[in-house]
Design a protein around this ligand. Structure first.
Ligand SMILES: [Zn+2]
Length: 221
């Protein structure tokens, strides 16, 4: 809390906090910390994952492959999850309704998985009303209400939901594919037993890229 207040040069705030600590300030400091130290934290997490994998699972040149993989993940993550101002200008602005976005995702799923397993999963998700765009939905807990971006969250009882803040641009269809892949990997798990970030981003980023290729091929006009 000290670093948080000193960084903002808010010494009075620091003084007040010690007199009367409050949860809201703690939460704000937590988000500030995540934001400010995202890159060192990400590096640390990747290194940590590598150590674990080396220690228990890898032999010989597999280590090299993993090193490459982790570099790729961190580069992609920097470019997508944590966009810089400069990158934000390059947002995809092609207008698209929510239903058009869903339809494109369905078409994409049909193409990449002719067994239609993924498409049926997508229908299940939709029919059970687990693509949520209402921030006041009771399934979103307090922690999630702060988030403004797309994410998959656990609503208990192995019920995974996607929070979908539609932007009504082509980007929605890509975000939906990204979160849907998280859903596929998590759907049979409980929240405490999922792949650790940032490795959990790998499959989502892969299919997100495939979706971009799919859209380019369609040449939407
Ligand atoms: Zn993700």
């Amino acid at each position: 809390m000290g670093i948080y207040y000193c960084d903002a040069k808010n010494y009075q705030g620091y003084h007040d906090y010690w007199k009367k600590p409050c949860e809201e300030a703690k939460e704000q400091a937590f988000y500030w910390f995540q934001e400010k130290y995202r890159f060192p934290l990400l590096d640390y997490m990747i290194q940590n994952q590598l150590e674990v994998l080396k220690k228990y699972y890898l032999h010989g040149n597999q280590e090299e492959i993993l090193q490459e993989l982790s570099e790729m993940i961190s580069t992609t993550l920097v470019a997508t999850t944590w966009q810089t101002e400069e990158l934000k200008e390059k947002e995809i602005v092609y207008p698209l309704s929510k239903n058009q976005a869903k339809y494109l995702v369905e078409e994409f799923l049909r193409e990449i998985d002719p067994t239609l397993t993924w498409l049926n999963e997508f229908y299940t998700l939709e029919k059970s009303n687990r693509i949520i765009d209402n921030i006041t939905d009771s399934r979103l807990d307090r922690k999630h209400k702060h988030l403004t971006s797309w994410h998959l969250f656990y609503a208990g009882e192995k019920e995974w939901c996607i929070y979908a803040p539609w932007r009504n641009t082509l980007e929605d269809s890509i975000s939906l594919v990204h979160e849907f892949c998280h859903y596929i990997t998590c759907k049979d798990e409980i929240a405490s037993n999922t792949t650790v970030f940032p490795l959990s981003e790998f499959s989502s980023l892969f299919f997100e890229t495939l979706m971009c290729e799919f859209l380019k091929k369609k040449e939407l006009k």
